[in-house]
Design a protein around this ligand. Structure first.
Ligand code: ITT
Length: 209
């Protein structure tokens, strides 16, 4: 592996930034999204569409000259027909915050015995310099999924978002009750990063081998 590749993480979510710093450490040099770059409206109907919207927006803001990684993720609850899904960050309203989103999910799910859910993460990596004439960038997509159940009350202070109510399949603890490293080993984000790295194998991304 060559020198770490600088990559701008196109997110304002501090929880995600912390996880990417751990997950990408050896291969990429993680850089924050400059304050001058705004974040776009997430108008897509899928995680992939929104990840691409965020990645392209940041890529353009940075002049198309820097590698950019965007993450669109969320929780899909079986008994709620997959909701909140792409609406996970704004489930209880724009700017409502993690505690309000968790409270709304617990309230909606209260009558249901079926507590199955899954976290989904789609990553969009944009690299400067396409391969064909007129092709301005190279685009790589990767997805990761983590199956589990929604607990009836929050437990733990780690992680972010819905972690205190999400218990991965086969676990006794929620994602907020374990170390970051334990979460990374199974998480939708950890799996998406592993998939992305597989897709990049053979590409001239990491410099000389
Ligand atoms: P950016 O768009 O700036 O990246 P965001 O928080 O708005 O930040 P998303 O639109 O992708 O990001 O929404 C993802 C939401 O899904 C996030 O706010 C959490 O509520 C939830 N979520 C995603 N990954 C999670 C994880 O690992 N643990 C707990 N909740 C998670």
């Amino acid at each position: 592996m060559g020198k770490p590749v600088p990559v701008v993480i196109a997110t304002r979510n501090r929880g995600k930034v912390a996880e990417f710093a751990r997950l990408l450490g050896a291969r990429f040099q993680v850089e924050p999204l400059p304050a001058a770059c705004s974040t776009p409206a997430e108008t897509g109907s899928s995680f992939a569409e929104n990840a691409l919207i965020k990645a392209r927006h940041a890529f353009q803001c940075l002049g198309g000259e820097r590698a950019v990684l965007a993450d669109d993720s969320g929780i899909e609850v079986f008994a709620l027909g997959g909701r909140p899904g792409v609406e996970s960050a704004r489930f209880a309203g724009v700017g409502a915050g993690d505690a309000a989103n968790v409270a709304k999910l617990l309230a909606e799910l209260a009558p249901h015995a079926d507590r199955r859910a899954r976290f989904v993460c789609v990553l969009a990596l944009l690299l400067p310099g396409g391969t064909a004439a007129g092709d301005l960038e190279r685009v790589f997509l990767a997805e990761g999924v983590l199956e589990g159940t929604v607990e009836r009350t929050p437990r733990g202070a780690g992680g972010f978002g819905y972690d205190p109510i999400f218990r991965p399949e086969g676990w006794e603890r929620t994602l907020a009750e374990v170390t970051g490293g334990s979460k990374d080993a199974v998480s939708h984000r950890g799996r998406a990063v592993a998939e992305l790295v597989r897709r990049l194998a053979g590409e001239k991304v990491f410099g000389a081998a």
